[in-house]
Design a protein around this ligand. Structure first.
Ligand SMILES: [Zn+2]
Length: 304
């Protein structure tokens, strides 16, 4: 597994809203995140999201589940992160904090750590209400990355327990990458340019993949508050796991869920090969200057 067992976690770092937000109506269908992101970037009134949020489904009434998933406060060490998805989201977040907050100041960029929230059912954000159907997403308006732990359960089922860890960490690192983009100003490019394969939105997604690769390159050097390293060096198998996720999940999944609802042709996210290539570009170089997807002439050839 990829976390050092004695790395110390800070359970106060992320918000855990699981077991809440289950009353009332849960919007059906996918597409929410595309709407959310579009709305946030284009300044649409979030109230619109509720209308687009596809009501009509019977409300699902559920009380707090006392036998439900144990809370994030039980995440104490790297061993917990190796055993549990929610703890892995926390540990990955802390490793990302350690990397990005020490990396960016050399470029005179001060970055605040993003909020991170794990939820189930549905969640209210400053970008509107989102449901579990939408997958992981980052809301620029409140600067919080949201993760539905049920999504990660799917991921684990699809990828198997051996290969799943870095796949999950990649997803967290990708969403964190959108926060870095929000900080340095490149996230706005997702609303620029024509639709299609070389559009701003594709370039933004591929840059987030490259940033995820950068973190992976430096992850073995990230440290907790007591100086313990968070991660063990990645193995080939770990890397394959991340690449499989880069090609198969994240925004691609979201786009698929949204097909037919919100202008999907305007929201291609790069081919599987491109996503893997840019993750590897970040991993091989560990250098933010090598992740300039916005001005890359050929998105098939990072660094070319
Ligand atoms: Zn993305």
């Amino acid at each position: 597994m990829s976390f050092n067992d004695d790395a110390q976690l800070d359970s106060g770092r992320i918000r855990d809203s699981r077991g809440r937000g289950r009353g009332g109506k849960i919007a059906a269908g996918g597409g929410g995140i595309i709407v959310v992101l579009l709305a946030a970037l284009l300044g649409v009134n979030p109230d619109m999201l509720t209308q687009l949020g596809l009501g009509g489904d019977p409300g699902i009434e559920q009380g707090a589940n006392e036998n439900g998933p144990a809370g994030i406060t039980e995440c104490q060490t790297g061993a917990d992160a190796n055993a549990r998805t929610d703890c892995r989201i926390l540990a990955t977040t802390q490793s990302l904090d350690s990397f990005w907050l020490s990396y960016l100041p050399q470029y005179d960029v001060q970055v605040q750590q993003p909020g991170v929230e794990v939820f189930d059912g549905q969640v209210s954000t400053e970008c509107g209400t989102a449901t579990s159907a939408v997958g992981p997403f980052y809301c620029p308006a409140d600067q919080v990355a949201y993760f539905d732990t049920g999504f990660f359960a799917d991921l684990s089922t699809n990828y198997g327990s051996d290969g799943g860890a870095l796949a999950e960490e990649y997803v967290v690192a990708h969403e964190y990458g959108h926060h870095i983009q929000n900080t340095i100003g490149t996230l706005a490019a997702s609303q620029q340019g024509a639709k299609g394969a070389t559009s701003g939105s594709v370039r933004v997604e591929l840059q987030a993949d490259c940033f995820a690769g950068m973190w992976a390159a430096h992850a073995a050097n990230t440290k907790d508050a007591e100086g313990n390293t968070f991660m063990e060096p990645f193995t080939e198998a770990d890397l394959r796991s991340a690449l499989s996720a880069a090609s198969a999940v994240g925004d691609d999944r979201i786009q698929e869920a949204a097909t037919g609802r919100v202008n999907p042709e305007g929201w291609t996210h790069g081919s599987s090969a491109q996503r893997q290539s840019w993750f590897l570009q970040g991993y091989a170089t560990g250098d933010i200057n090598q992740c300039d997807t916005l001005s890359a002439r050929d998105l098939d050839k990072p660094g070319g």
